[in-house]
Design a protein. Structure first.
Lengths: 245, 253
């Protein structure tokens, strides 16, 4: 029953987010600030993880190609497929649920604990729109992060494979061009668009409706990470089932 | 003027306010006093519309809060200034930006004009060299001044303060009390203050409402509080030896 009540409250929150809009000159500043914190601030960690995980995927594939009859370009092929289809859109999103999601929950939660949200409400401001909408807009740029992750993942795989002596540069590049289906990229970005909305709204929900003090802010961040990850994984399954089967 | 008519509020079946009625006059400093858990903060949040009451009615200048449309409520809220217990300043903004914020949000004035008005109220609350500082860089007393400045920058009709001098030293607490009273008279506004502080009661209590178990147990002025026979009030107000002696001296004279 509690889950149903929370789901209901979540959708009511979404309705209010698109209710009375905050003045544009204030909203503009909030959106730019959130782009800086949520998008620009995440580039470093996403680049680092993507590059090295891409490298590891390529090495693991190479080490498992024991049969000499299998062509070496399979390393590039497998790296591309893993990175574009799953690693970049889904696993980076789960990582972002930890980084960006915790930030959103704790920042909104702290505003709740210190009565800043009450202060906004007393002024007659639609706090849902003021706090959540800029995050939704900022995270609409999230596919750019995934684009970077895809590129660096494959690039990391290339570096690890070629400089690790597992295949030649030509074989790897041949592999990443092999049986390329452009819809796979579209599928990855469709997933990403859904995940970006989830990343903005579920942590906001947990921050907005939290009660208690500083300790509860920490607990809310953890709960928010768990639920954001669960929803991302379930949605990933659903979208894959709908688009690829 | 605010009329409160028989309001009740409960949480999960536990009553917090039980048939509370009173009137807060314009241009006066109205104090709500009572022990912790007596329902003061819930009462204040009901007045602000942050909590919906279960029954009863709150009227601002004869306009009932529960009959107001969203637009009316929005307009009313722009006429309300609120000083929260913890000041509730926006962490990400400087002192000046905090004070400018309500005007940026609700007026079409240019930034220069807004800054000018913000600096007027900054001067009024005696904040010196704090414009560019962030809330975590200033003292508790200064935070209260910023909160007061932010609450009066839009020339409100109503000012609500939740324990405005909690956590302050006695000297600063009196300065904050006096500042609130001066502003109340200067702007001719209806001020409602939640407090535990007996110094505030004696200094600025033009009308005092005593809450006990969610009910109004007594109301009167700061002069009347010396003469009252109400045991609940005397037990609460004169719980310290100092105040007992003050009362004895006052009654002798």
């Amino acid at each position: 029953m509690k889950i149903l009540s929370n789901i209901g409250k979540y959708f009511l929150m979404l309705q209010n987010v698109f209710g009375k809009f905050t003045k544009w000159r204030i909203l503009k500043q909030l959106i730019l600030k959130d782009i800086d914190t949520l998008i620009i601030g995440s580039l470093g960690i996403v680049a680092f993880i993507s590059f090295f995980v891409g490298g590891v995927v390529s090495i693991q594939t190479a080490l498992n190609l024991e049969n000499p009859l299998l062509p070496k370009n399979l390393i590039g092929f497998a790296t591309r497929q893993s990175v574009i289809l799953e690693f970049a859109p889904t696993f980076i999103s789960v990582i972002m649920a930890g980084k960006v999601g915790s930030y959103i929950t704790s920042s909104i939660g702290t505003m709740r604990v210190t009565e800043q949200i009450d202060a906004l409400e007393v002024m007659g401001i639609n706090t849902y729109n003021y706090l959540v909408f800029p995050k939704i807009v900022a995270l609409s740029l999230y596919p750019l992060i995934i684009c970077l992750s895809m590129f660096l993942g494959v690039f990391g795989g290339y570096i690890a494979c070629v400089y690790g002596g597992f295949s030649s540069s030509t074989e790897f590049i041949e592999g990443i061009q092999l049986d390329f289906i452009p819809f796979h990229v579209t599928y990855a970005f469709i997933k990403t668009a859904f995940f970006s909305f989830i990343l903005a709204t579920i942590p906001s929900y947990h921050g907005y409706y939290m009660t208690g003090g500083a300790l509860e802010v920490g607990k809310a961040s953890t709960v928010s990470f768990v639920w954001t990850s669960v929803v991302i994984i379930l949605l990933n399954y659903l979208i894959t089932q709908l688009l690829l089967t | 003027m605010i009329h409160v008519e028989n309001i009740s509020k409960s949480f999960d079946g536990t009553p917090v306010l039980r048939g509370m009625s009173t009137v807060f006059d314009k241009g006066k400093t109205n104090l709500i006093i009572g022990q912790s858990g007596s329902g003061k903060t819930v009462f204040l949040k009901c007045l602000l519309g942050l909590f919906e009451t279960d029954s009863g009615r709150i009227k601002f200048e004869n306009k009932a809060l529960d009959e107001m449309t969203n637009k009316d409520r929005s307009i009313l809220r722009q006429e309300i200034g609120m000083v929260f217990q913890g000041s509730a300043l926006f962490d990400s903004m400087t002192v000046e930006e905090n004070i400018m914020f309500p005007m940026q949000m609700f007026t079409k004035k240019e930034d220069e004009e807004i800054r000018e008005r913000a600096n007027q109220v900054i001067k009024r609350v005696n904040l010196i060299n704090a414009n560019e500082k962030f809330p975590d860089e200033i003292s508790g007393g200064m935070k209260k001044r910023v909160a007061i400045a932010r609450s009066i920058v839009m020339n409100p009709k109503y000012l609500f303060c939740d324990e405005p001098n909690s956590g302050l030293d006695p000297k600063t607490a009196i300065l904050i009390d006096n500042l609130i009273q001066e502003i109340t008279e200067e702007y001719d506004i209806t001020t409602v203050i939640n407090t535990h502080d007996m110094n505030s009661v004696m200094e600025i209590g033009e009308k005092i409402v005593f809450l006990k178990n969610g009910k109004k147990a007594w109301e009167g002025t700061k002069k009347e509080i010396f003469n009252t026979d109400n045991e609940a009030v005397t037990n609460f107000v004169y719980s310290s030896d100092l105040f007992k002696k003050v009362r004895e001296v006052y009654l002798k004279n």
